[in-house]
Design a protein around this ligand. Structure first.
Ligand code: ATP
Ligand code: MG
Length: 252
């Protein structure tokens, strides 16, 4: 799915991530951990392009990210779902309309505006709403939902385009523990049952350890650790979170 070889990434003249050597395969659930400013979001967003390649090789779904043309970038982005901490939903629209907007490439814009959807499309939305356990709220406006419910709608919308990869940048940072657990369980189910590759930046170490099949720890733009959670130890964690206390990354 993703191949990085001696890859250096950044913005304009500033190099942020150095000499990355990472291969991410189909079906992995990767958690990225590290202190603030380490480069987690930069690493995650590089997968959909827009981050400068200074050196090395970088492939996503067989596209060469250094030379990718605009047309191919559109095709690549259609295959990747993104979830943010702030949900990015249209508040005044219903749950159903928000989720169906994720399938817009299959629906002419005019139909979306007048809300004329086909039976097949509505069936698909129902299925997605079931996956994230929100079908009973399908006609509610998104601003009537709790944070956890909104994030589940955002996941359903990301799934609507049948992505091969889901990128999640701190998907649970704004949620209470119970809602966070539910969101992580849904991501785990999507990863296991639909075989969608998931890469998530996570602030809480215990959450990353519990749900991710692989953890990548970065500090100051360098990969410090890449392995399974049971291979992590105190010494490695101190190296990853250098400058921050471990308590900052524990659940309250
Ligand atoms: N658009 C941008 N232009 C220039 N520099 C940027 C841009 N976005 C981020 N940076 C810089 O890149 C570095 C890494 O930032 P990034 O957002 O990737 O860190 P992060 O690990 O996600 O941090 P946090 O945990 O606070 O979200 C920082 O030094 C930041 O200032
Ligand atoms: Mg970030």
């Amino acid at each position: 799915m993703i191949k990085m070889k001696n890859l250096t990434l950044g913005y304009k003249k500033e190099k942020i991530l150095n000499k990355l050597n990472l291969k991410i395969e189909k079906g992995e659930f990767v958690g990225i951990i590290g202190p603030s400013g380490a480069g987690k979001s930069t690493l995650l967003m590089s997968v959909v392009g827009g981050i400068k390649v200074f050196n090395g090789e970088f492939e996503v779904l067989n596209y060469d990210m250094d030379k990718i043309k605009k047309k191919d970038l559109v095709k690549l982005r259609e295959q990747i779902g993104i979830i943010f901490q702030g949900y990015n939903l249209v508040d005044r629209l219903s749950v159903l309309d928000n989720v169906i907007s994720g399938m817009l490439k299959d629906i002419p814009m005019a139909r979306a505006i007048i809300k004329y959807y086909k039976e097949k499309e509505l069936k698909k939305v129902q299925k997605l709403l079931q996956i994230v356990d929100i079908e009973k709220h399908s006609s509610k406006r998104c601003d009537e939902l709790s944070g956890g419910q909104r994030q589940r709608v955002a996941i359903a919308r990301a799934l609507a385009s049948e992505p091969k990869i889901i990128l999640a940048d701190e998907p649970i940072s704004a949620l209470d523990q119970k809602s966070a657990k539910k969101v992580m369980e849904i991501l785990e189910k999507i990863n296991k049952e639909l075989k969608v590759t998931i890469i998530a930046n996570l602030h809480h170490l215990e959450i990353a350890e519990k749900y991710c099949t692989r953890i990548i720890g970065i500090n100051k733009g360098k990969v410090i650790f890449d392995g399974k959670s049971n291979e992590l130890n105190e010494k490695i964690l101190e190296k990853i979170y250098e400058g921050e206390t471990l308590e900052e990354h524990e659940l309250d």
